[in-house]
Design a protein around this ligand. Structure first.
Ligand code: AMP
Ligand code: MG
Length: 417
C-alpha cells in the first residue's frame, strides 16, 4: 500500500474535507473473515454473500383485496349486471381446491391463493349479494386485484446484495424467505485510547487543572453503534514510550486504532512522530472546523487514525472521516449516501472563508416550516452542543456569513433505521 502525501499535486498545504475523505476511503480495503449467524444476530452486521430467494415471493398468485375471484371474460363489457354463483371460499392460509367455471365466483380474502380457473378479483364493495349469488356490473379489468407469483422476488434472484449492512427490513425480508441464518463479515476489532497528562479517569478525583476523559466514552458510543468489537486501552500519558507501547499492543490485537489528543504540534504532541516511526503516516491539516489536525496511516495491517483532542472535534472528525472508512473496512459496499439537506437557517452565522465548518444545529418546526438553528455555543470543547443538537450545519469552505432566512446545508444525526 502506498499513502499519497499529496505534496506533488496540491499546491496548498492543507486538504479540503472532500480530498481527505477520498484519500482515506481509497486507501482502506475490506477485511477477510466471516461467520454464520442466526438472523436476529445479523442486525447491524455486513452481509458477506448475496441472499438468494429460494422460491418466488409471493409463492402463488393471490388476491390483493377482499372480494370475489372469477373469470374476467364472464363480466359484462358494456352496461348491465351479471349474476355469479358463489361456489366456495379462499381465505389467507386456506385455499379453494376446486376450479372456477363460467358464471362462478369464489369468495376470497386479501392474500388468499387465486383458485384455478379464476384470473381476476372484484372488490367486495363493487358487488351486491343475493343469497348464493352475487351481482356485478361492468368495469373490472382482466387480472385486476391479483398479485402475481414472483412479483416481489423471483426464485433465484438476489433478495439482498452482499455488502449491505443488515437493517430491520432486511431481517423481515430474510425471514419471509424462510432462511434461519446469514453469512456475515466478522466484526471489526477497534482499539482506542485517549492521550493527555491532564486527563483524569472516572472513579478518581480530578486534581486542579485536570479534566475527565470524555473522548473514550463518545468513541465507545459511536463504535458500539457501528457493531465493532472494542478494545478500550484507557488513558495513556504524554510520554513517547507509553504511547509507543499502546500503539504496538493495539496494532497486534486490532484492525483499526483510534487515538485522541496529542496530534497538534505542541511539545507534548507525540502521536504524529510515533505513527511515522512505527508505520506509514499521513499527517494532514484539513480545512475543517473543528478538527483541523488529523493523522491517518497504518502499522502493519492495522489502520490508524490520530484524532484531535477536543471533544467536539473528535466527534466531527469521526463522523466525517472515520465512520465510512470503518464501514468500508468492515465490508460495506456501496457506502451509504450522506445527503446534505438544504434548510432555512433561523439566525445569522459568522463564517470566515477557508475552512468547511460543521456547526451543531437543531432542526425545529416554526409556524409549520422546518428551520435549523445553530447551537448558541460552538466551541470545539463544548460537548453539550453535540448532546443537544440533532444535525450538523455544514458551511462550505468558500461560503461567507449566513443571514437569517438564508438556506444552509444540514446533515442529520439520525435516520429512521
Ligand atoms: P490536545 O490535542 O491533546 O492538545 O487536546 C486539545 C484539548 O482537548 C485540550 O484542552 C485537552 O485537554 C482536551 N482533551 C484531549 N483529550 C481529551 C479527552 N480524552 N477528554 C476530554 N478532553 C480532552
Ligand atoms: Mg494533549
Amino acid at each position: 500500500m502506498s499513502l499519497e502525501t499529496g505534496a506533488t499535486t496540491a499546491p496548498r498545504t492543507s486538504l479540503s474535507v472532500e480530498d481527505a475523505r477520498h484519500r482515506i476511503l481509497n486507501a482502506v480495503s475490506p477485511i477477510d473473515g466471516w461467520e454464520r449467524v442466526a438472523i436476529r444476530d445479523a442486525l447491524g452486521r455486513v452481509l458477506r454473500e448475496d441472499v438468494i430467494a429460494p422460491f418466488n415471493v409471493p409463492a402463488h398468485d393471490n388476491s390483493a383485496m377482499d372480494g370475489y375471484a372469477l373469470r374476467a371474460e364472464d363480466l359484462p363489457d358494456g352496461i348491465g349486471e351479471r349474476s355469479f354463483r358463489v361456489i366456495g371460499s379462499a381465505f389467507a392460509g386456506r385455499s379453494f381446491s376446486g376450479i372456477v367455471g363460467t358464471g362462478q365466483a369464489v369468495r376470497i380474502m386479501t392474500g388468499g391463493v387465486m383458485p384455478a380457473g379464476a384470473d381476476s378479483v372484484v372488490m367486495q364493495e363493487k358487488v351486491r349479494t343475493d343469497g348464493e349469488h352475487i351481482l356485478i356490473s361492468a368495469g373490472v379489468q382482466h387480472g385486476q386485484n391479483v398479485r402475481r407469483a414472483g412479483e416481489d422476488l423471483s426464485e433465484g434472484s438476489v433478495a439482498i446484495p452482499r455488502g449491505k449492512r443488515i437493517g430491520p427490513a432486511d431481517l423481515g425480508l430474510v425471514a419471509s424467505l424462510g432462511l434461519a441464518e446469514l453469512c456475515v463479515a466478522r466484526r471489526l476489532r477497534v482499539a482506542f485510547f485517549s492521550t493527555g497528562d491532564e486527563l483524569a479517569s472516572i472513579g478518581s478525583p480530578a486534581a486542579p487543572g485536570q479534566v475527565y476523559d470524555s473522548n473514550r466514552y463518545t468513541l465507545h458510543g459511536v463504535l458500539t453503534r457501528l457493531g465493532c468489537d472494542l478494545v478500550d486501552m484507557g488513558v495513556i500519558p504524554d510520554r513517547p514510550e507509553a504511547i509507543e507501547a499502546a500503539f504496538r499492543s493495539a496494532a497486534a490485537s486490532s484492525d483499526v486504532i483510534l487515538s485522541s489528543g496529542g496530534v497538534s504540534v505542541g511539545d507534548a504532541d507525540f502521536i504524529r512522530t510515533l505513527m511515522d516511526r512505527l508505520g506509514e503516516v499521513n499527517f494532514w491539516k484539513i480545512d475543517i472546523k473543528p478538527g483541523r489536525p488529523m493523522a491517518f496511516g497504518r502499522i502493519g495491517n492495522t489502520w490508524m487514525f490520530g484524532l484531535p483532542g477536543n471533544p467536539v472535534a473528535v466527534m466531527v472528525t469521526y463522523y466525517q472521516f472515520v465512520m465510512d472508512a470503518l464501514l468500508k473496512i468492515a465490508g460495506v459496499s456501496p457506502l451509504p449516501e450522506r445527503p446534505l439537506i438544504p434548510m432555512v437557517c433561523a439566525t445569522a452565522i459568522r463564517k470566515s472563508a477557508g475552512r468547511q465548518e460543521y456547526l451543531r444545529g437543531h432542526l425545529l418546526c416554526e409556524d409549520g416550516t422546518w428551520k435549523v438553528r445553530p447551537a448558541a455555543a460552538q466551541g470545539s470543547g463544548i460537548l453539550r452542543s453535540m448532546s443537544e443538537a440533532n444535525c450538523f450545519i455544514v458551511l462550505r469552505e468558500s461560503q461567507g456569513d449566513v443571514a437569517p432566512g438564508d438556506t444552509v446545508d444540514v446533515q442529520l444525526f439520525d435516520g429512521l433505521v
